[in-house]
Write a protein that binds this ligand. Sequence first.
Ligand SMILES: CC(C)(COP(=O)(O)OP(=O)(O)OC[C@H]1O[C@@H](n2cnc3c(N)ncnc32)[C@H](O)[C@@H]1OP(=O)(O)O)[C@@H](O)C(=O)NCCC(=O)NCCS
Length: 189
Amino acid sequence: MSKAHLVDLSVLDAGQRFDLAQVLVAAFAADYPEAWPTVESALEELDILEHEGAAALVAFDSVGLPVGFIGALPMYDGNVWEVHPLAVRPDSQRQGVGARLMAALESRAAQSGVSTLYVASDDEAGTTSLGGVDVYPDPLAHLMALENRRGHPFTFYRKQGFVLVGVIPDANGFGKPDILMAKRVARRA
Ligand SMILES: CC(C)(COP(=O)(O)OP(=O)(O)OC[C@H]1O[C@@H](n2cnc3c(N)ncnc32)[C@H](O)[C@@H]1OP(=O)(O)O)[C@@H](O)C(=O)NCCC(=O)NCCS
């Protein structure tokens, strides 16, 4: 796993926050261009997470630049944390940064008595077998047969112990579903 240095979002200075906002824009540009199209929109999201989030952690690389971010929003009276968002700078992906951020978030969640981590992972660009498909009348049959066509992050979440728990058909337009996954959080010993 990556040795990236992790800190809370709240300790970043303005310059570091700007650099982190650029990471969000760059990470989502290819497959989710409408998520944070501008640095300003990403900065607003960081503000929301800092004030309303359950956790917000930043990974720094060896030269002191932000390389990744994970946030969590409380749901169901805080029993569940929604992972939102998770982003790793494109030139640093597949080096263990995302897994490290997720492990740290899970540890925070366990300390807070959270039962479940949850993530909703859109397929807007046809990167799974559900993309462009009419999943009715049996969405769960399609979900059970889910395949990765081109780097959709559900495989990353699976590797971190998440399982499929549902699908919202046509969440982002016809044939663009939201794929729902969850993981039980280990209790503190
Ligand atoms: C998804 C994302 C956060 C993963 O972070 P990362 O640092 O690249 O992931 P890691 O290097 O920690 O990968 C851990 C494992 O998942 C695998 N993995 C990571 N991303 C994957 C993907 N998109 N497709 C398939 N496998 C993937 C890795 O190969 C690795 O496998 P291994 O344990 O067998 O070696 C990152 O690619 C990203 O920011 N993507 C763009 C934004 C995004 O999609 N965010 C999630 C929205 S729900």
